[in-house]
Design a protein around this ligand. Structure first.
Ligand code: ADP
Ligand code: MG
Length: 322
């Protein structure tokens, strides 16, 4: 099973940032409202995510580290209406198979925190720990036991930049969360709970925030909100297209195409502007179980989605020109 986990890790944990993403998603699924992330050496030396979520009971700790153990779906039908960010039950097992992982947690209502350590495929007995609430996952020395993968890690600065991207996506998607990010002991980001537009400004900067267009559209069970940038404003971040489907960051061709077409139609510009779009729809109308990293989705009615996005953006962009 250790080998199976390591193979899965190759897909789920491509680099420190992908491990960070899995940990952050787990914290959100646990209902956290405050998250702190500590990284060292771009995450290759240390990734620690501490949350104030629901926590994990002592006797479930080692289960959380086993493959295909998820508390989030109970049946195949549930897979067709996933409301959580995780559901495959392989995130922690994969990360644990290629790192030194320490999971500490204090279940809500419990007076004692417990921790388990995963060490090269075996999970140690639970030991008492000190933690005031929630869960803390510490991932050290990613790929210490897989030299071939370790070789593919880029410089700490590059790996840090990817971690920061993962952090920003979560920060944009959940303005109601308070988040901090430190790297090598230095605070890089400290965000308090705020409105969506304050968060967008904090993460993407004033130039974007001052020139963007707020988007809001609704048709039947489809809802679009967010911020569309002016194509003349230079990009304020490494990443320029932030698309969230039911709160999940995705890269989706249908969405990208619809937005590009809307910009081209109204502004006759091929350049891709910066934008942040939140699409909400019935979870049954979108398949999120397409790839282990869960950044791809498949819309059941992709043409209807395309039409809706194109028209909503087209209308909003045209109004600014009128
Ligand atoms: P998945 O997220 O797909 O369920 P994971 O391997 O990422 O799988 O996590 C396994 C299980 O561990 C989760 O289903 C959840 O019950 C528990 N868990 C992981 N992280 C946390 C956390 N931060 N807070 C509470 N429970 C957690
Ligand atoms: Mg998970």
């Amino acid at each position: 099973d250790h080998l199976v986990n390591q193979i899965a890790a190759g897909e789920v944990v491509e680099r420190p940032a992908s491990a960070l993403k899995e940990l952050l998603e787990n914290s959100l699924d646990a209902g956290a409202t405050t998250l702190s992330v500590d990284l060292a050496e771009g995450g290759s030396k240390l990734i620690r995510v501490t949350d104030d979520g629901s926590g994990i009971a002592r006797d479930e700790l080692s289960l959380a580290l086993s493959r295909h153990a998820t508390s989030k779906i109970a049946s195949l039908e549930d897979l067709h209406r996933v409301r959580t960010l995780g559901f495959r039950g392989e995130g922690l097992a994969s990360i644990a198979s290629v790192s030194q992982l320490l999971l500490s947690s204090r279940e809500a209502g419990s007076t004692q925190a417990w921790r388990v350590e995963a060490d090269n495929g075996s999970i140690h007995e639970a030991e008492p720990a000190s933690l005031s609430a929630g869960t803390s996952v510490e991932v050290r020395d990613l790929y210490f036991n897989v030299p071939a993968r370790r070789k593919f890690l880029k410089t700490p600065a590059t790996e840090y930049a990817h971690c920061e991207d993962a952090f920003k996506r979560i920060a944009l998607s959940r303005p109601d969360l308070a988040l901090t990010l430190t790297h090598n002991g230095k605070v890089q980001w400290r965000l308090k709970a705020e409105t969506a537009s304050e968060r967008m400004r904090a993460v993407l900067g004033n130039e974007f925030a001052d020139t963007m267009l707020a988007i809001e559209a609704q048709a039947a069970s489809l809802r679009l909100t967010g911020f569309a940038g002016s194509p003349t404003v230079s990009r304020a971040s490494r990443e320029a297209q932030f698309v969230f489907v039911n709160g999940r960051f995705v890269r989706d061709k249908v969405v990208l195409h619809a937005v590009r077409e809307a910009y081209r139609d109204v502004l006759h510009l091929d350049r891709q502007p910066l934008y942040v779009l939140f699409i909400e729809l019935d979870p049954e109308a979108v398949d999120v179980n397409v790839h282990p990293t869960k950044t791809e989705v498949r819309f059941r009615e992709s043409q209807a989605i395309h039409r809706f996005l194109f028209h909503a953006l087209n209308k909003a962009l045209a109004e600014t020109r009128a």
